[in-house]
Design a protein around this ligand. Structure first.
Ligand SMILES: *Cc1c(COP(=O)(O)O)cnc(C)c1O
Length: 423
């Protein structure tokens, strides 16, 4: 089974000794069908993107219809209805201070765009603001700027010398609020900070680390008082994940820049947007062409992606989906309450449609053996769970049925049982 010479180089995978990847033939709703006739419940929405489940006919129709009309067109100097309509509809539901939108094609590029916009926007201010701030242990993507503002880990190790220096602010989890505020206060005193980037309310890759909306609002306000731009990386939290359409909707002070991708197209097409306030946009307006924002991608504003995003929004804003988001959130809370007594559960938390269980295990961190044990166990039980180190979590598509959710919870529980047996 060992494939030393696989022509496909898989993401985040040590290819030496890597088991053959599981072939998927098709997907329907929350279920993936393997080539060898098994079924898997996709409890993690295929890396958090697939909010409406797989093989959704409404999304498929929208994409195929658009493909017959216009699959792509250069986006400098040209536009098209899907991009225009998507922009209008996103601005209708985004926090009210967001007024302009820049297209790219994945979460990392949405973040690169945000960082570059913030740096350039602040470069015109005197005295110069050049430094970036970020929450500790954050994850903002795998390109160099995104890695720079992310936590340093085994993932970034070969590149650490190439990453720019960023001021890290402690995550204001319960008990650490004061430390976070004090550190931020000190960092702001230097007056050289251009922008502050964070995953609002919940840090995904760090292990679904949840913190309070009030404290983040307070931190945003402090940044605003020092003319520091704030960037909410909503690549994971966008489109209903935290119980509201955007995590920023739970804030009393709004970020200047928002990054969106993952759920944007319902997991059907790669697409991303970076949205900004009128103030940020206007700082690029000038009689000098050199003041423009010189950034773009071949697939900026791809019409297929935009058509998929429009269809995904139709599905998301349907009353039934909104109800499902509430329903899943409530069920997560009930299960979290029940499972928190489990001997192997170190900490259980949920926010909206995301539920995470930190497992009491000897080693932690992404590469731990624990992760492998959990992954294999869940797969053999017909559920796709891909833990972050010793953090077992689910972030299911909104179309998940009660029976499927029960199955996910059962497998999570039997995973925890495994660790009692082991000790
Ligand atoms: C996944 C993720 C990214 C990176 O998105 P990609 O599409 O994988 O490049 C950035 N920020 C957050 C918060 C994410 O969860």
């Amino acid at each position: 089974m060992v494939n030393l010479s696989s022509p496909i180089w898989q993401p985040y995978t040590q290819m030496k000794g890597a088991p053959r990847p599981i072939g998927i033939e098709r997907g329907e709703g929350a279920v993936l069908y393997t080539n060898d006739g098994r079924t898997l419940i996709d409890a993690i929405s295929s890396w958090w993107v697939n909010i409406h489940g797989h093989g959704h006919p409404y999304l498929a129709d929208a994409i195929s219809e658009q493909a017959r009309r216009l699959e792509h067109v250069i986006f400098a100097g040209f536009t098209h209805a899907p991009a225009e309509n998507l922009t209008r509809r996103l601005l209708e539901i985004l926090p009210e201070n967001q007024e302009h939108l820049f297209f790219s094609d994945n979460g990392s590029t949405a973040v690169e765009v945000a960082i570059k916009m913030a740096i350039q926007a602040q470069s015109r201010i005197q005295p110069a603001k050049t430094r970036l701030m970020a929450l500790e242990n954050g994850y903002h993507g795998d390109t160099f700027g995104a890695m720079s503002v992310s936590g340093r880990s085994v993932f970034t190790k070969p590149f650490n010398d190439y990453l720019f220096d960023v001021t890290k602010i402690p995550v204001p989890i319960k008990g650490h609020e004061q430390l976070a505020i004090e550190t931020l206060k000190k960092a702001l005193k230097a007056d050289d900070v251009a922008a502050f980037i964070f995953e609002p309310l919940i840090q995904g890759t760090a292990g679904m680390v949840i913190y309070d909306a009030d404290i983040l609002s307070q931190m945003i306000k402090m940044c605003r008082d020092h003319q520091v731009l704030t960037i909410a990386d909503e690549v994971m939290t966008g489109f209903g994940r935290t119980g509201t359409l955007f995590a920023s909707h739970q804030l009393s002070h709004l970020p200047d820049i928002i990054c969106l991708s993952k759920g944007l197209t319902g997991g059907s097409m790669p697409l991303a947007v970076t949205t900004v306030t009128a103030d940020v946009y206007q700082r690029f307006l000038s009689d000098d062409p050199a003041d423009a924002f010189f950034h773009g991608h071949s697939y900026c504003g791809n019409p297929l992606g935009c058509a998929a995003a429009l269809a995904s929004l139709d599905l998301l804003l349907d009353a039934k989906t909104i109800q499902q988001i509430d329903h899943i959130s409530r069920r997560h809370k009930v299960f979290a309450e029940r499972i928190s007594d489990h001997k192997s559960a170190k900490h259980v938390r949920s926010l909206g449609t995301i539920l995470a269980i930190e497992i009491e295990a000897p080693e932690s961190g992404y590469l731990s053996r624990v992760r492998h044990t959990i992954y294999q166990h869940a797969i053999s039980e017909g559920v796709l769970l891909r833990p972050l180190g010793n953090v077992l979590y689910t972030i299911p598509p909104y179309c998940i049925t009660d029976a499927q959710l029960d199955r996910i919870y059962d497998v999570m529980q039997s995973t925890l049982d495994l660790f009692i047996a082991e000790r």
